[in-house]
Every structure is written in structure tokens, then in C-alpha cells.
Ligand binder design. Structure first.
Ligand code: SAH
Length: 379
């Protein structure tokens, strides 16, 4: 029997796990074919465009102890910071004044009524200062469904919560084994975000210790089956003060983690044609034009850092994080030039919502209408 070629696989409408593993291992001409296909799909479904989300890393205080993360609770020699409400609002105003369609608020993970009230209040204020025009993404970890609902009602409409790895065994190896780091809770949180009506984003780290190609193929299948609206995936980059550092010798070289990340993005774009895909900052820690490469082969979102400069050094999730000594203005002009290099155009003044989300909502509404009619006929 003739062996299926990569071209044959790329011509299919759906991929088996085995297909995905083969795509992830392509080299040479086959790799070029993969990237050509994903670029074509991006062009067709999204256009040659990039939307900015001004990223405000408003606090590095974290209650969790994820074994890979540079802001984990256990790191004692890190200066912890928490932007004042005024500083957060000033950063949001900067985004609004510079016609960014959206911002993303990200921080370490804390669950408390103080945090819930504070974020709710800030969301209302951001909506107020931008006449309701700034889109808002939140990325502040696992919370109770009622907390997610309050923030949704206050104006956040997208939420990013990476599953980090969809393989529960790998998840357990990269997190402490306790109730605070429970895989099932992560999944439950993602589900409640989707049920509340957020554009829901998730993603994984690529090149983690113990991770296999089989795991990465499983991650892609998980995201497709979960029917996500947005995806943020980046290479794992070790941080010297974290427990996972002892496994450094077993890691893939950085360039290979980078290459695998590009392939994950390309395949995700082919599998889920109309979702939003972020070109993660971590790509740029490995390759100076890493994010632009991701834009070329499928990503359509970039998150320029607009955190006030003096705090950036302390939000080091991994070693060698880029742009920590730039200002928000530097980030914008540098990124715009870079995006142009990737032959894409930055879209200002638009939210740049996930098209997939719009379709999914319309589908759900039609389904409900059908259900009501059927009920009517029955009754
Ligand atoms: N606490 C928030 C967001 C902060 S961390 C949340 O849980 O969503 C944001 C992301 O940074 C994490 O989801 C993780 O995927 C990534 N990250 C953390 N440490 C990293 C490392 N060492 N290398 C690469 N990415 C890392």
C-alpha cells in the first residue's frame, strides 16, 4: 500500500492523532507545505491582518506555585508589585488614545472578595473612560463561576486560561500535587467561562519537560473538541528559580521548541480556521522576529506590553523575557514596523473578535429556536 504523504494529509478535512503527529514532525519541503497551507487559510478566513491587545500585567502577586512559572508564590527573591487602580486606568487610557481596539488584563492568580470587587470596579471604569469602546480580555486564572459572571457583566468579554497541557499526567508533573492545582478545576473553569458567554481562550506550553509529540497532538485535539474561540500557545522557557529547572538537560534545544510552536500554530489554524491565535511574546525570547514568523503562518493577534516600564522587570515568567526595558510607546512603533515586515496590516479601532465565537453563538441561538419550535409542535 502506498504511504500517505504530508500533502495527502493536508488535503484532508480532519486529522487523526497519527496525522497530527506526522505534521508536527515535518521537515524540509513538507514543513514548507504545512506553513503554506496554514498561511493560505489565514489569508482566506481572517485576511492579512493583526489586532493588538494592549497587555497590562497589573500584578505579579500569585497564590499558586506552578513548577515552571517565574512569578510562582514560592519565589522569595522577587519584588512583588500591584499597580494602583490609577496606573491601570492610565495604561488603559494609553491603549484607547492610541486606538488599540482592546486591552488584556493579566496577573498572578488570587481568589478573594477583594480581588473580585477590585477587578469588577476597574472593568466598569475602563468601559467608562473609553465610552464602552475598548474590548477587554481577562487572564487572571481560576475563579468561581459567579466571579466570572460578575466580571462578564462588568464588561470583560474574553478570557484566557491556558490548560498548559491537556494530558492530566503531564499536568500533574508540572504542578504541585494539591487541591490548589487541580486539573479538573481548570477544565471546569474553562467550561463555565464558555457557558457564561465569554470568548474563551486556552493554550499550552510547548517543549515542557516530559512532554511528547503524542501529548502535543492530544493538546490540538483537546482544543478542537472543546471548541475554543481563541488560542495562545508558546514555547516553554526555563526560569532559573523554579523547580522544573532541574530537568533542563532533558529539554529540546530552544530552536526546536520554537519550531514546534510554529507548527502547533500552523496546524491549529488549519484545524480551526476562524479562531483568534496569539503570537506569544515567548516566541520573541527565542527569535527576535519570532512573533512576526507566527503571524506569517497563522497567528492574528499580538499583545504589545503596555505595563508601566518600571514594573516589567518583575513580571518575568521565564528567563530572557523580551522588551522589559521598553516603554509602551516603544512597543507600539516597534511592533507596527515588525508586523509590516510580516506583510500584515495592524487594524486599529476594532475589537477583532473571534469569528469562530460569532458563528458558535449564532449556531447556539438557532439551535435554541429549533428546540422551542419543536417543543411548540409537541405541546
Ligand atoms: N495566572 C494567569 C496568567 C499569568 S501566567 C493564568 O493562570 O492564566 C500566563 C502564562 O504564562 C501561563 O498560562 C503559562 O502558560 C505561561 N508561562 C508561565 N511560565 C512560563 C515559562 N517558564 N515559559 C513559558 N511560558 C510560561
Amino acid at each position: 500500500m502506498k504511504e500517505t504523504t504530508i500533502k495527502n494529509i493536508l488535503d484532508q478535512d480532519s486529522f487523526s492523532k497519527n496525522d497530527l503527529m506526522r505534521l508536527l514532525q515535518t521537515t524540509g519541503e513538507n514543513r514548507t507545505l504545512l506553513f503554506k497551507k496554514s498561511a493560505e487559510i489565514k489569508e482566506k478566513y481572517i485576511g492579512n491582518k493583526v489586532w493588538f491587545r494592549g497587555l497590562i500585567e497589573f500584578s505579579n502577586v500569585c497564590g499558586k506555585d506552578c513548577l515552571y512559572c517565574g512569578i510562582r508564590k514560592g519565589i522569595k527573591n522577587l519584588k512583588r508589585y500591584n499597580l494602583s487602580d490609577d496606573e491601570i486606568l492610565a495604561a488603559a487610557k494609553f491603549a484607547y488614545d492610541n486606538h488599540y481596539g482592546s486591552i488584556a488584563l493579566q496577573s498572578g492568580e488570587l481568589e478573594s472578595t477583594f480581588v473580585t470587587d477590585r477587578i469588577e470596579n476597574i472593568l466598569y471604569k475602563i468601559k467608562e473612560l473609553s465610552n464602552g469602546e475598548l474590548g477587554i480580555t481577562l487572564s487572571v486564572g481560576e475563579q468561581k463561576p459567579e466571579v466570572y459572571k460578575r466580571w462578564f457583566d462588568a464588561g470583560a468579554h474574553r478570557y484566557l486560561l491556558r490548560v498548559e497541557s491537556a494530558n492530566v499526567e503531564l499536568y500533574r508533573k508540572i504542578h504541585p500535587n494539591n487541591k490548589k492545582h487541580d486539573f479538573q478545576r481548570r477544565l471546569d473553569c474553562l467550561k463555565s467561562l464558555q457557558d457564561i458567554g465569554y470568548q474563551t481562550g486556552t493554550g499550552v506550553m510547548i517543549g515542557l519537560p516530559f512532554q511528547t509529540i503524542d501529548d502535543l497532538a492530544g493538546d490540538l485535539i483537546f482544543m478542537k473538541e472543546f471548541n475554543i474561540d481563541m488560542c495562545g500557545m508558546g514555547p516553554y522557557i526555563e526560569h532559573a528559580d523554579t523547580p522544573l529547572i532541574i530537568h533542563s538537560a532533558q529539554l529540546l534545544p530552544l530552536v526546536e521548541r520554537f519550531d514546534l510552536t510554529l507548527k502547533m500554530i500552523a496546524i491549529m489554524r488549519i484545524m480551526m480556521k476562524d479562531i483568534n491565535i496569539v503570537a506569544a511574546t515567548a516566541l520573541q525570547a527565542i527569535d527576535p522576529v519570532g512573533r512576526e514568523k507566527a503571524v506569517k503562518i497563522g497567528a492574528n493577534i499580538i499583545m504589545p506590553n503596555i505595563t508601566p516600564g518600571r514594573y516589567r522587570d518583575s513580571y518575568k515568567l521565564y528567563d530572557n523575557k523580551p522588551c522589559t526595558d521598553d516603554s509602551a510607546e516603544d512597543c507600539q512603533s516597534c511592533l507596527e514596523a515588525r508586523v509590516n515586515l510580516a506583510d500584515a496590516e495592524v487594524v486599529y479601532g476594532e475589537w477583532g473578535d473571534s469569528k469562530h465565537y460569532e458563528k458558535r453563538r449564532k449556531g447556539a441561538k438557532a439551535q435554541r429556536r429549533k428546540g422551542t419550535k419543536a417543543q411548540g409542535r409537541k405541546g
